[in-house]
Design a protein around this ligand. Structure first.
Ligand SMILES: [Zn+2]
Length: 150
């Protein structure tokens, strides 16, 4: 997800300081979800983009909320259906790398990960390890670092 693409999505956050709180493997899912939603609801409002129970939670409303409501049940249902497709896809996508993943219940937090990422994500469940240069060529043995080597 490029900065410009991210910016297009972030404009929809109710709270402009919100961030997309998902791992890098889901960024393109989030972007495609945004594109699907914005195509039908150009003014949709985002409350949060995060991981919930190992699935993508793209919490949006058809448009900015107003007293008394500002959208029909049909619109709300349509939005929910659009988002549900991406939530379902996230349940099969590694949140860390974007490869095929499955539900992992080996930590305090449930995550959807592929086998390779399951083996490197630490017990704290953080998907972004401290900046580490794996596969640095020509400088000796830089092996993929232990996830616990913080
Ligand atoms: Zn992975």
């Amino acid at each position: 997800m490029s900065a410009a693409e991210l910016e297009a999505l972030r404009r929809h956050f109710r709270d402009p300081s919100s961030e997309c709180d998902v791992g890098p493997g889901w960024r393109s899912l989030v972007l495609r979800c945004h594109e699907a939603v914005v195509a039908e609801f150009p003014e949709y409002e985002l409350r949060a983009v995060k991981q919930k129970f190992a699935a993508l939670a793209f919490q949006a409303s058809p448009r900015p909320w107003k007293q008394g409501g500002d959208w029909t049940q049909g619109e709300a249902d349509r939005l929910r259906t659009l988002v549900a497709g991406f939530t379902a896809a996230s349940e099969r996508t590694c949140e860390r790398c974007g490869e095929a993943g499955t539900l992992r219940e080996t930590r305090w937090i449930e995550l959807t990960l592929c086998a390779a990422c399951e083996s490197v994500v630490g017990r704290d469940g953080r998907l972004r390890p401290p900046a580490q240069r794996s596969r640095k060529r020509g400088s000796g043995h830089v092996v993929t670092g232990s996830p616990n080597a913080e």
